[in-house]
Ligand binder design. Structure first.
Ligand code: FAD
Length: 333
């Protein structure tokens, strides 16, 4: 990547695609990396712009539906003066970014996990290794949620203005959204999840005796997570015991998450785990030990038995085990 105008590298803008006014995971990190310049685009963009933290200057373009081809054409022009165009590596961000890169004639650097002044670190070989890529010219980048490079400012933005772009006619054969379906809690991409329910050894004890109960607890937890539109995660103890797949492990050796809501059920909050939990706006911990690190970090710390709280949550959300009790004991007088 080379450019005849290296000064174009100065300045970056975050393009944040939204749906129904909801910001994607990682939006605020991308805005922080862009130095506070944000362009919020999509349905309910004005509402999302007002909910965005960490921005200095926000422009929003309220345009219904998801039309990545049309948006890319418009945004390529609107972002031309910025050296770097950053997007969150959310589903929509990953869809939009290559189209913007193509329209701008710039390289796309996808799923960056670290941004330096003049380099980015990208994952390679299915995350088995990383590569440091020198930035020598204008580029379009997507950034993985949970990277947490720069601190997110809590100051209100200086300006929030509408981009007067109107609704554009779809560009050529643009993508059309036919239906939006929610993935199952066990398959939601943890890194993108806005809500996460995590099991620790206090919920799923890795003992032979507790093994029989574990499948039932995982099923209940999955139903509770589905009712909350949350993803299911676990600590290393839980994934090592194979109660949840390794891909659901959260922490330094697992997935880095960046949710708004993190519910930790029987999780001690070891350093290796907390390294991957991001900075959730609402951290709820349930633990019998009031002084463990997870309880200390929590906004709401419940000193209680995790399986009992899970069962109460399931009842409250109307997702308790639907199977009636047909055990022989039920028939006895
Ligand atoms: C190199 C390395 C990398 C690692 N990477 C990771 C990683 O990526 N992710 C990760 O999670 N771990 C990782 N670990 C392991 C980590 O150090 C901890 O051992 C692990 O996170 C602890 O998991 P836990 O909280 O489920 O279990 P524990 O630490 O055993 O905690 C269980 C908690 O449950 C509570 N409890 C017990 N009974 C109940 C009950 N009935 N109701 C409510 N609470 C109860 C206890 O008070 C305790 O706080 C790593 C370790 C190393 C050495």
């Amino acid at each position: 990547m080379t450019t005849s105008d290296p000064s174009a590298l100065h300045g970056a803008v975050a393009v944040v695609p939204v749906r129904a006014g909801v910001l994607p995971s990682g939006a605020e990190e991308v805005v922080a990396e862009a130095g506070g310049y944000a362009c919020v685009v999509g349905g309910g963009a004005e509402e999302a712009a007002h909910a965005l933290h960490g921005a200095v200057t926000i422009s929003w373009w309220d345009t219904p539906g998801f039309r990545p081809g049309t948006w890319a054409g418009v945004l390529a022009g609107a972002c031309a003066r910025f050296g770097q165009v950053l997007l969150p590596a959310s589903a929509d961000g990953r869809d939009l970014a290559p189209r913007i890169a193509a329209r701008m004639g710039r390289p796309l650097l996808a799923e960056a996990i670290e941004l330096g002044g003049d380099f980015v670190v990208l994952p390679r070989d299915g995350d088995r290794r990383t590569e440091r890529v020198q930035l020598t010219g204008p580029a379009v980048l997507t950034i993985r949620p949970g990277t947490g490079g720069r601190a997110i400012s809590r100051l209100p933005p200086r300006s929030i203005t509408e981009l007067e772009l109107g609704t554009r006619t779809p560009h050529g054969h643009d993508a059309q959204t036919l239906e939006v379906t929610y993935p199952a809690p066990q398959s939601i991409d943890l890194a993108e999840a806005r809500r996460v329910v995590t099991a620790g050894a206090g919920l799923l004890q890795p003992t032979q005796q507790a093994r029989d109960d574990a499948a039932e607890l995982v099923a209940t937890m999955t139903r509770v997570a589905a009712a909350l539109h949350a993803a299911v995660g676990g600590t290393r103890v839980v994934t090592d015991a194979e109660y949840l797949p390794e891909s659901r492990q959260i922490g330094s050796a697992g997935v880095m998450v960046a949710p708004d809501l993190y519910v930790a059920l029987g999780v001690s909050g070891a350093t290796h785990h907390l390294a991957g939990t991001g900075d959730p706006r609402h951290l709820v911990a349930v633990n019998t030990d009031p002084s463990c690190p997870m309880m200390a970090a929590a906004d709401l710390a419940l000193v209680a038995d995790a399986p009992a709280v899970l069962a109460a949550l399931a009842r409250h959300l109307g997702v308790a085990d639907p199977e009636p009790d047909v055990s022989p004991r039920g028939d006895q007088p």
